[in-house]
Design a protein around this ligand. Structure first.
Ligand SMILES: Nc1ncnc2c1ncn2[C@@H]1O[C@H](COP(=O)(O)OP(=O)(O)OP(=O)(O)O)[C@@H](O)[C@H]1O
Length: 257
C-alpha cells in the first residue's frame, strides 16, 4: 500500500531522515517507533505532504503505485490517506456528528465518498453521508453522543472522534499520530480493541506511538527510527530483542541492561 524508498530530509544541514526505506502492507498495522528526535513526525509530515522530502520516493496505492513525494497535503489526502494529530484537530464548538461529517467532505474523492458524490440528488447524498457517519460513531461507541458539542466530551472520547473522522471516508491508509497519548490504561485498552477491529474490517494503518505495550499488542510490523535512520523493520517480537533497538532506547546494549 505504501513504500518508502530512501526518503531523506535535512534541516539546516542536519539529517532528520537519512535514506529511510520500508513498506506498509495492505490490511496491516505498522508501528513507527523511535526515541525522541528520531524523525517520526518528520516522516509523517513527509508522507502527508506537510513538508516535502529532499530526496527519495513515497510510493502509494493499492494496485498502481504513484510517487506522492512533494505533493500538496490536500492532493495526498484525496489519494486516500487520512490522519489524526498528536494535538487534536477537531472543531470544539461543532457537534460530534458534524465533526465526523467533515471527514467525509475533506476526503471527498476517496473511493467511498467518490461513489457517494455521484449520487443524483443532494438529499440522498446527505442522507447517506449522515448514515455513514452514524455507523462510524457506532463502531467507536459514540452513537449516543452524536449531537453533543465536542467541548463537553472527556478527552478519551475526543480522541475517538478524531479517529472516527479519519476512518469514515474509508481511506486506503490511516496515519495515527500517538492515538493513546494522555489516555489511562483502561482507555488505551479500548483503543487497542477498536484499532484491531478496524484492521479486521480491512483498514491499513501506520501508527506513531510511544506506548510500547500498545505497539507490541496490536502491530503486525514495527519500523524503528533512530537519528533519522531506519535501524529495524520486523515483527514486534523480533524488535523487542533487537540489540540495535535496545541500544537506541537504552544507551548501550550490555551496559544498559
Ligand atoms: N522544522 C524543523 N526545523 C529544524 N529542525 C527540525 C524541524 N522539525 C524537526 N527537526 C529536527 O529533526 C529531528 C527529528 O525530529 P522529529 O520531530 O521528526 O522527531 P520525533 O521522532 O517525531 O520526536 P518526538 O518523539 O519527540 O516527537 C530532530 O533533531 C528535530 O530537532
Amino acid at each position: 500500500m505504501l513504500s518508502l524508498n530512501k526518503v531523506s530530509k535535512r534541516f539546516g544541514g542536519l539529517p532528520a531522515l537519512d535514506k529511510v526505506s520500508f513498506s506498509v502492507k495492505k490490511g496491516t498495522i505498522t508501528a513507527l517507533i523511535g526515541p525522541n528526535g528520531a524523525g517520526k513526525s518528520t516522516l509523517i509530515n513527509c508522507i502527508t505532504g506537510v513538508i516535502p522530502p529532499d530526496d527519495g520516493e513515497i510510493l502509494f496505492g493499492d494496485r498502481q503505485k504513484k510517487n506522492i513525494a512533494g505533493l500538496e497535503p490536500h492532493v495526498i489526502a484525496r489519494q486516500g490517506i487520512a490522519r489524526t494529530f498528536q494535538n487534536l484537530r477537531i472543531l470544539p464548538t461543532m457537534s460530534v456528528l458534524d465533526n465526523i461529517l467533515c471527514g467525509l467532505t475533506v476526503q471527498a474523492s476517496s473511493s467511498f465518498t467518490g461513489a457517494m458524490l455521484r449520487l443524483p440528488s443532494l438529499r440522498s447524498r446527505e442522507r447517506l453521508f449522515r448514515l455513514r457517519a452514524l455507523e462510524m460513531l457506532d463502531r467507536f461507541g459514540l452513537s449516543g453522543r452524536a449531537d453533543w458539542p465536542i467541548s463537553v466530551l472527556p478527552y478519551g472520547d475526543r480522541k475517538k472522534v478524531e479517529m472516527a473522522r479519519a476512518f469514515v471516508s474509508e481511506p486506503d491508509l490511516v496515519l495515527l499520530d500517538e492515538p493513546v497519548a494522555g489516555l489511562n490504561q483502561e482507555e488505551t485498552g479500548r483503543i487497542a480493541v477498536l484499532l484491531k477491529q478496524m484492521r479486521q474490517a480491512g483498514f491499513t494503518m501506520l501508527l506513531v506511538e510511544h506506548d510500547m505495550e500498545l505497539v507490541m499488542r496490536i502491530s503486525d510490523h514495527v519500523v524503528v527510527l533512530d537519528s533519522g535512520r531506519c535501524i529495524a523493520r520486523s515483527t514486534p517480537q523480533e524488535v523487542r530483542t533487537n540489540p540495535l533497538v535496545l541500544e537506541a532506547y537504552l544507551g548501550t546494549t550490555g551496559r544498559a541492561a
